[in-house]
Design a protein around this ligand. Structure first.
Ligand code: PRP
Ligand code: URA
Length: 207
């Protein structure tokens, strides 16, 4: 299952983040802002409990989030979405999964992971700006499932039909929330039109 967040406020920011002229400072700000919109949608069905709150006038029946949230950025580019999500859900725990794509095979290579114990009973939110072939996302989902996670969602900024199809085939129980489903992957397995190398653009390592 996937959901495209086509809201004009998200699409406006997406137009700017894609722009080759957008430098790393603005790129990071936009990644934060877009992530907040995506996260807002992705968490719409999480468990809540009813609480009674005393307002200055009367008691109000309210709702509070009632689940352990574990945010899992895929290193390195996923870190660029972390601030945005933590502003929305500041009590979330954070686990890290280190993966990079091998330049030749384009397959994910795992180099680090550190997950909190709460992955088992909580809701895990994988964040990575790019879901290209889907290999890195699938590897992160595999790792989380191995750690006992049963409730996982993925938030990415840009994806493409090939990557989405792979994730949905291998992990049909994991929904993907995205701001864009682009046209295709090029010969280097980059998303076209995409936004280029997300990690480089976030951290200013491209030029
Ligand atoms: C990018 C991106 C994803 C992955 C997507 O990371 O942030 O993790 O590629 O590609 P896939 O869907 O084909 O697996 P990259 O390997 O460039 O590492 P980085 O974040 O360290 O720059
Ligand atoms: N990684 C990126 O940063 N961008 C892509 O388009 C594909 C993989």
């Amino acid at each position: 299952m996937h959901e495209l967040i086509d809201h004009p406020c998200v699409q406006h920011k997406l137009a700017i983040i894609r722009d080759v002229e957008t430098k790393h400072k603005r790129f990071r700000e936009l990644a934060t802002e877009i992530t907040q919109f995506l996260c807002y949608e992705a968490l719409k069905n999480i468990k809540v409990r009813e609480v009674t709150v005393q307002t200055p006038l009367a008691e109000a029946l309210c709702k509070k989030i009632d689940t352990d949230l574990v945010v899992v950025p895929i290193l390195r580019a996923g870190v660029g979405m972390l601030e945005g999500i933590l502003e929305l859900v500041p009590t979330a725990r954070v686990g890290f999964v280190g993966l990079y794509r091998d330049e030749e095979t384009k397959l994910p290579v795992s180099y680090y992971d550190r997950l909190p114990l709460q992955t088992k009973n909580g809701t895990c939110i994988i964040i990575d700006p790019m879901l290209a072939t889907g290999g890195s996302t699938n590897a992160a989902i595999d790792l989380l499932k191995k750690s006992g996670a049963t409730d996982i969602v993925v938030i990415c900024i840009v994806t493409c039909p090939e990557g989405l199809a792979l994730v949905e085939k291998v992990h049909p129980d994991v929904p993907v929330y995205t701001a864009a489903i682009d046209d295709h992957l090029d010969d280097n397995k980059y998303i076209v039109p995409g936004l280029g190398d997300a990690g480089d653009r976030l951290f200013g390592t491209s030029h």
